[in-house]
Design a protein around this ligand. Sequence first.
Ligand SMILES: [Zn+2]
Length: 283
Amino acid sequence: MAWFKRQSGELDSSGEKRVRTEGLWVKCDNCRQIIWKKDLEDNLDVCPKCDKHFRIDARTRLAQLLDEGVYEIFDDNLASTDPLKFVDLKSYSSRLEQAKAETGLKDAVISARGKMNGRPVIVSAMEYAFIGGSMGAVVGEAITRAIEQSIATSNPLVIVSASGGARMMEGVISLMQLAKISAALARLDEARVPFISVLTDPTTGGVTASFAMLGDLNIAEPGALIGFAGPRVIEQTIRQKLPPGFQRSEFLLQHGMLDAVVPRRELKPYIVRALDFMSPAAA
Ligand SMILES: [Zn+2]
């Protein structure tokens, strides 16, 4: 017989044991430092220690770029109809439902009217959290309408890309958006209204292959992954090892694919200055 017997109920193992700290601290996956989340947010979601630019959602982006964080959203009622009734591991319609619930958006872009330093602008910001920011018929239509708004009002256009490319669940319909948007941008060009393309981490596939690289200025955030095909596919095709930093903004700037790499803190002043230069009359 044991000399010690635990009385039942003596230890209370139920209930919360840990103090809730989750969400207060973030680990930077570049420098591995622990950062206080508030510090990170105050620094526009850029690591204060190593300058890594964290991904931000479309609403945060609009709030950072537009005066007083004030903007008016338009064309937010468009939603995909799943034209191919596509199913992979999950059905596309259930993916759409999940993404809608998680982001509160109908698709992967928000278009807004607002002001930058007092100048009226149209800004479309892509939402990476919505099925990888992929471009289907809705994103294509929303961006085309934003371009048409710019043409109608002569207000400059800024598109902030964050996308894995065309949305494969919409097959050829998503690929058609490349041509549609490019044609709209050609009309914007004829109307002589400026378009600044901001490429953020990541901007790949069909988005790079269409509007993201068609700006009057193509600028990127530091360290952003920008490319068309992934590095593994390219290595297998050309049978060569790719250089370090390949497909990052700094590498692309060096090789003439971008006009500038602009840190997030300087992004708004940079765009404002560029627009003053491109259309001084409207200032
Ligand atoms: Zn860091």
